[in-house]
Design a protein around this ligand. Structure first.
Ligand code: UDP
Ligand code: MG
Length: 316
């Protein structure tokens, strides 16, 4: 599925960053992150995945590489989305420990030395958890909370609310992550599923410094559905229960009608109640079919077994 994992690992620490149209962030990113990595280790690399940028991101990365040979660039053939780009970066990272970070510096970079310190203490996974969502709109915050409550109710894997992809993984955790074969990748669930000794660091998340977020509500909705369908089959199974309850209700209602007809004779046909019942049951049926469709579509994607991403070129 993924690129071969290098057998010899000359570096101690890798930082992996996916970038899609980040030309405005690039300089600040390297200026901020590089000294922090250098302060932790003298054997390091930065792996940047260019996720189909249409701006000057790649050209600028190649320029940066001239003065920073520790930078490796994995150029994808088109935009594959952050989850896939991150996986490509992990597959190319050679470090004993790998930190994944966003290009926009929303993930507090000053946490890098702390993460490395936790790793040296013996943790396998170090996760940044957002301690507040003040920078988000009320709607985004409410929907995020609702999502985490729901998914934790219906899935067996505990998903830490407000933990993102800003994590450190040891080589063992990273290889376990890369060995997961599914194509629909809900990373934050997958990381938790892996287990390992985890340390969580609580810290606020900043606003994006430059450029624009690539997320909108439609994408977030799709992401939430991916998360739920990857980690729970409750939505699929609840229909048999709901169907049973509704059938029971319909049976009782039927008995009432029969008794009433026997006792009081034939009554005027009730158009309104008939229409309500038909519309209600049709609605319920369509929702059930729709949810099956969500799972079926994902099964379809999985059966195609396409690679998660295609690499155009690696600069190293
Ligand atoms: N990103 C990517 N491919 C995409 C979208 C985003 O590689 O299709 C990268 C982006 O360049 C950034 C990180 O993923 O480094 C997070 O993106 P963004 O800031 O847009 O997400 P948010 O912080 O709003 O969740
Ligand atoms: Mg961001």
């Amino acid at each position: 599925m993924t690129a071969p994992i290098a057998d010899h690992r000359p570096v101690e620490l890798s930082v992996v960053c996916p970038m899609a149209n980040e030309q405005d962030m690039l300089q600040i990113f390297f200026e901020t992150v590089r000294p922090l990595i250098e302060s932790c280790s003298d054997s390091w690399e930065i792996v940047v995945v260019n996720d189909g940028s249409t701006d000057q991101t790649l050209a600028q990365l190649i320029e940066v590489r001239e003065t920073m040979p520790e930078l490796r660039i994995v150029d994808l053939s088109r935009n594959f989305g952050k989850e896939a780009a991150l996986t490509a970066g992990l597959a190319h990272a050679q470090g004993e420990a790998v930190i994944m970070i966003d290009a926009d510096l929303q993930d507090p970079p000053e946490l890098i030395p702390e993460m490395v310190a936790c790793w040296r203490e013996g943790y396998d996974v170090v996760t940044h958890v957002r301690s507040n969502r003040d920078s988000d709109s009320v709607l985004k915050r409410t929907s995020a909370n609702a999502f985490y409550t729901l998914i934790n109710k219906i899935s067996d894997t505990d998903i830490t609310p407000n933990a993102g992809d800003y994590r450190l993984l040891t080589r063992a955790a990273l290889e376990a992550f890369l060995s997961l074969e599914e194509r629909t990748r809900f990373n934050k669930g997958l990381f938790e599923w892996l287990g390992f000794r985890e340390k969580q660091l609580y810290r606020a998340r900043a606003d994006r410094a430059q450029g624009q977020t690539k997320w909108n509500y439609r994408k977030l909705y799709g992401f939430a559905i991916d998360g739920i369908t990857s980690f729970s089959s409750v939505p699929l199974k609840m229909w048999s229960w709901l169907g049973f309850l509704l059938a029971l209700g319909a049976f009782i209602y039927g008995m009432v009608i029969i008794t009433r007809t026997l006792v009081f004779g034939v009554d005027q046909p009730g158009y309104a109640s008939l229409m309500t019942v038909i519309l209600f049951f049709n609605g319920i049926t369509l929702i059930g079919i729709g949810i099956m469709g969500e799972y079926l579509a994902r099964i379809f994607i999985e059966t195609k077994r396409r690679p998660l991403y295609i690499v155009r070129k690696v600069y190293e």
